[in-house]
Design a binder for this molecule. Structure first.
Ligand SMILES: O=P(O)(O)OC[C@H]1O[C@](O)(COP(=O)(O)O)[C@@H](O)[C@@H]1O
Ligand SMILES: [Mg+2]
Ligand SMILES: [Mg+2]
Length: 348
């Protein structure tokens, strides 16, 4: 068998990368890997098992919860709880913070934010979906964990990553020392190092945005989309439009091939749609560590103050030159002007 490095081996080998390296963060990453395998098993046979469809409840975002949203949420929280290294979880599927069982994790040093199933609209149609995770060291040294342990800026993440459940299942993560990708080998049930030291190309020719919302986009975004569609060989334009509708999958493609993903403010989502704590921050950490850029069109995502656990933010993320170009167009309008613009556009 080729000389495989499993996720577990790699984490141990790279433990020295972590400040405070005493094995706790390694074990926490291991726990996330375990839950990912369990969720992957269900996703792979989703059509067979009664795991498609909705559970009939809505989450705090007002979205109907899919059976797999709830299943994945339970698996990640159970694995983090059993592992004992995580004291608190914030999840897209839970309105409040989840304090994990105090007996096991009262001395746990970490708090985790997750989007257990990203791209929920694609679950029932067999299109790639994902999971995101963001890990912080607790601020509260002793006693019960509390919300301040997770309301930290993205710059304070000690690790972050995602799992993409696509034609193969991959786990991609960073601890602030580069980005590494592991592919799940079902025959041995292990994530194996397949994409060491991932780097996003400085530029690319793929743009990912839901153009169905075009009329309600900020003028700066409309101008950038027009820029992407202009014929100009010297800059490799027109670019190709690719939008899977699962942020993790769109981002993973752009990480490998180069490209930009944009989810701006719209009339329907004046603050943006995606959630800062468990979607924007972990993916921004990954992309920055891979040499890319992530902003809200004006400000670095990782520097944005976190006030609420389900706070939304607009995001421009991917190849540095492409994000910078989009920002150039955004800079022509102030955020206030843009907010006004996205409201007024009439649809005939
Ligand atoms: O359908 P829209 O408005 O383009 O939104 C798609 C975006 O919303 C998301 O599905 C939001 O994530 P969830 O599925 O976890 O709620 C992203 O993955 C995706 O990029
Ligand atoms: Mg999501
Ligand atoms: Mg989700």
């Amino acid at each position: 068998m080729a000389n495989l490095t499993t996720l577990g081996q790699f984490i141990i080998e790279r433990q020295a990368d972590f400040p405070y390296a005493k094995g706790e963060l390694s074990r926490l990453l291991r726990d996330i890997g375990i839950a990912a395998k369990v969720v992957n098993r269900e996703i792979n046979k989703a059509g067979l098992a009664d795991i498609l469809g909705e559970v009939g409840t809505t989450n705090v975002q007002g979205e109907t919860q899919k059976v797999l949203d709830v299943y994945a949420n339970e698996q990640f929280i159970a694995a983090l709880s059993a592992g004992g290294e995580c004291a608190l979880v914030v999840s897209e599927e839970n309105e409040e913070i989840v304090i994990l069982n105090k007996d096991v994790s009262k001395n746990a040093k970490y708090a985790v934010a997750i989007d257990p199933l990203d791209g929920s609209s694609n679950i029932d149609v067999n299109v790639a979906v994902g999971t995101t995770f963001s890990i912080f060291r607790r601020l509260s040294k002793e006693g019960e964990a509390n919300i301040n342990d997770i309301l930290q800026k993205g710059t304070e993440q000690v690790a972050a990553g995602y799992i993409v459940y696509g034609s193969s299942t991959m786990l991609v993560y960073t601890t602030g020392c580069g980005v590494n990708g592991f592919t799940l080998d079902p025959s041995i049930g292990e994530f194996c190092l397949s994409h060491p030291d991932m780097k996003i190309p400085r530029t690319g020719h793929i743009y990912s945005v839901n153009e169905g919302n075009y009329v309600h986009f900020p003028e700066g975004v409309k101008k950038y989309i027009k820029y992407c569609q202009v014929e100009d060989e010297s800059t490799n334009r027109p670019y190709t439009s690719r939008y899977i509708g699962s942020m993790v999958a769109d981002l993973h493609r752009n990480l490998i091939k180069g490209g930009v993903y944009i989810y701006p403010t719209t009339a329907a989502a004046p603050k943006g749609k995606l959630r800062l704590v468990y979607e924007c921050n972990p993916l921004a950490f990954i992309i920055e560590q891979a040499g890319g850029r992530a902003t809200n069109g004006y400000q670095r995502i990782l520097e944005i103050d976190v006030k609420e656990i389900h706070q939304r933010e607009s995001i421009f993320i991917g190849s540095t030159d492409m994000v910078l170009k989009a920002e150039e167009f955004m800079a022509e309008y102030s955020p206030l002007e843009e907010a006004a613009n996205s409201k007024t556009e009439e649809v005939h």
